[in-house]
Design a protein around this ligand. Sequence first.
Ligand code: UT7
Length: 325
Amino acid sequence: MIRTVMRGTGSALPKRLVTNEDLARTVDTSDEWIVERTGIRQRYFAGEGETTATLAIEAAHKALAAAGIDGKTIDLIILGTATPDQTFPATATAVQHAIGANGCIAFDVAAVCSGFLYGLGIADSMLRTGMAKRALVLGAETFSRLLDWEDRTTCVLFGDGAGAMVLEAVECDVTDPVAAPGIIATRLHADGAHNPLLFCSGGVSTTGTAGHVQMMGREVFRHAVVNLAEVLEEVLGVAGITAEDLDWVVPHQANQRILDATAKKLGLPPEKVVVTVASHANTSAASVPLAFDTAVRDGRIKPGDLVMLEALGAGFTWGACLIRV
Ligand code: UT7
């Protein structure tokens, strides 16, 4: 059988660090409110010359270096983003050109905060059916450019960044799919009925502008806890394991309280949850691979660990992926 194995990860952040106190100078908010309601203490915002593509390219180079793989040998690139450099072409093609993989499959996925999970699921399917052998999956965003600085209910929540993962198709005999390295199971969902709860107020075909992030925070929070717990149970069920078997959960970093509530629902000890929301805020599609790479580089996630990745975002879209590193 063909198995999708993780080879390396990388991430990138813009240079400009913005604390809650910095924001409180121009927005009617406070460090106390942001920390208490979200757990966020700071975020990074892209400056001049920094874009979704430049962040994605930096993350890609780091992931390729960690994997010890030449970019020219990548034959599939999938980039999750809601903030592409251009309306078209796909930002994935800029990454492709930068790593010298010209000619391979390259496209963006529009699943907002679940974009990286969607990318992983698609890449795993394409690798296992022989469409490609080596994939680069990324999540990269510059959400700061979609924020309404007059709307304190959204502008304090987001940050910019990028994360990348190199995956490889490996032909192997697997007797125990949970014990062997590689992607074990992925489940993805979407429900367009919830569009009014979280959306961007513009679009090419409607206003001709990018628009601004709009969110009914309390409603999104409620759905996030329920849907994420459900999809996590679903993937655990497919793998035939329980939450206790997991070494780590790497969740979408939207709000510390969502992470706590989801972990509690599953009976997961908080020390098994990788949390970076305090330092990165919500970086949408970049959030999961950025958190994953952070935990790999600081020594928490090690080869052989069983890790669950999960996210929910606008659409709603949501999903989870179980991987043995
Ligand atoms: O990435 C996609 C997924 N997104 C999410 O998962 C986000 C989910 N939602 C959340 O994380 C939370 O709902 C928020 C952090 C957005 C909001 O927290 P909350 O505890 O649900 O607050 P709230 O919206 O109920 O607002 C409580 C109060 C309101 O004042 P009143 O009406 O009680 O007087 C708001 O006006 O807090 C006020 N408020 C603020 N105060 C200071 C809202 N934003 C701010 C702010 N600074 N930035």
